[in-house]
Design a protein around this ligand. Sequence first.
Ligand SMILES: Nc1ncnc2c1ncn2[C@@H]1O[C@H](COP(=O)(O)OP(=O)(O)OP(=O)(O)O)[C@@H](O)[C@H]1O
Ligand SMILES: O=c1ccn([C@@H]2O[C@H](COP(=O)(O)O)[C@@H](O)[C@H]2O)c(=O)[nH]1
Length: 236
Amino acid sequence: MPAHKRILLKLSGEALMGDDAYGINRATIVRMVREILEVTQLGVEVAVVIGGGNIFRGVAGGSVGMDRATADYMGMLATVMNSLALADTMRQEGMTARVMSAISIEQVVEPYVRPKALQYLEEGKVVIFAAGTGNPFFTTDTAAALRGAEIGAEIVLKATKVDGVYTADPKKDPNATRYTRISFDEAITKNLQVLDATAFALCRDQKLPIKVFSIFKPGALKRVVMGEDEGTLVHV
Ligand SMILES: Nc1ncnc2c1ncn2[C@@H]1O[C@H](COP(=O)(O)OP(=O)(O)OP(=O)(O)O)[C@@H](O)[C@H]1O
Ligand SMILES: O=c1ccn([C@@H]2O[C@H](COP(=O)(O)O)[C@@H](O)[C@H]2O)c(=O)[nH]1
């Protein structure tokens, strides 16, 4: 029996590159979709937020002198591209997915309308929330927390490049150790950067737990959904 009936899965945009330098690696996106398919076959309702780091991040544009809000809108559009690619790969793998955008681009994808999203989930469709929160100066982690709370997800699953929350960034500090569990208060106080602080605070306020785990580890998503020991649980 799965441990959760409805989940909000945050997929790393950057991980979509696979071994490529940029963009969407075909084998990687297919692998991710097949892992999601396995979970839907367990009867779990799945909503997805995908990042845009494989294409564009606002902070990168800002660092070379772009107007930050403009750069952030470019980042949000990058997440729309990833969402479309994800939905199309799902279609090829026999799944039904709907992309809903937080910014209005109705010729491309339908707008985010909460009751409609809930209806799709109840119908067993995968809902992909594109364009983050629709606002600059935020990230897709915060979008995942926001949409997760809105749709009544039982947990936010952050599938990322590391296998959990560490005492420090494990990519920079080889002595960092992984937590099995950590409270929101401790994660925020210690300024652990695996998620942005806004996302941590929103989930804490909404009592919405987060599980951080590796997007690269085969079977990890299913293990998390089955409530097995995997990654790090961030709890109230
Ligand atoms: N204390 C920490 N524990 C674990 N990871 C950390 C920590 N501090 C920083 N990180 C870094 O945070 C990164 C994950 O966050 P980030 O949101 O940047 O990536 P992402 O999931 O790939 O997102 P995106 O979808 O934006 O590409 C990890 O790759 C890791 O290097
Ligand atoms: O609510 C949001 C979400 C995202 N952005 C911009 O998009 C990029 C890509 O998202 P990541 O979470 O970094 O993958 C982000 O860097 C922002 O520039 C946004 O403005 N608002």
